[in-house]
Write a protein that binds this ligand. Structure first.
Ligand code: GRF
Length: 199
């Protein structure tokens, strides 16, 4: 399976996916890194690894033709969004059989949707006095954070937690969860019927 990771941040999830492929836990290869920021940490990580990088600044719609061509040339089977801060155009979501996954740092369907990203997610979890949070891998549809859920994993929220503490605890399990979820696709072990995902 050939993966493209779309990310705009430090790229720790990108790194965990690459590591899983190199360590034989994920039967796939990361063939492309797409970023909306040329100065993002993920871009440096990809360049160091010799993985091709495509930087899309401004609106994705402007770059859609170039992006589609690159995905085709690299024969990408699946896109893993990992902190990519731009909305994915419908035209890309509808490309069959291309799959698009996203990882969200909370237990969807709670604490998701427009504006719910980065520290805001963890601040909202703390404000709601939740005792459990976690991470969710889901299939991307036309709305933010609303597609069918593939896998979730929980972490405790401690009474002394700051948003930064909670973010670090969640990020740690994201690094396990994303490669595991991707492996289900690599092994063709997943069936999706409407919103129901089974494996
Ligand atoms: C992660 O928390 C992910 O859940 C969210 O964006 C963050 C990306 O972090 N969608 P990193 O760049 O992979 O370190």
């Amino acid at each position: 399976m050939r993966i493209a990771v779309f990310a705009s941040g430090s790229g720790s999830n990108f790194q965990s996916i690459v590591d899983a492929t190199l360590e034989g836990r994920l039967d796939a290869r990361v063939e492309l890194c797409v970023s909306s920021r040329p100065d993002a940490g993920v871009v440096d990580r990809a360049r160091l690894l010799g993985i091709p990088v495509l930087v899309l600044s401004g609106s994705i719609d402007v770059h859609l033709a170039e992006l589609k061509e690159t995905l085709e040339t690299q024969k990408i089977d699946i896109i893993a969004l990992a902190g990519f801060l731009k909305k994915i155009p419908s035209e890309l979501i509808q490309l069959d059989p291309l799959r698009i996954l996203n990882i969200h740092p909370a237990l969807l369907p709670q604490f998701g949707g427009p504006g719910m990203y980065g520290m805001r997610v963890h601040e909202a979890v703390l404000a709601a006095k939740e005792t459990i949070s976690g991470a969710t891998v889901h299939i991307v549809d036309e709305e933010y954070d609303s597609g069918p859920i593939v896998m979730q994993r929980t972490v405790p929220v401690l009474p002394t937690d700051t948003a930064t503490d909670l973010a670090a605890r969640v990020l740690k399990i994201e690094h396990e969860l994303y490669p595991e979820a991707l492996q289900l696709f690599a092994k063709n072990q997943i069936t999706i019927n409407g919103r129901k995902v089974s494996y």
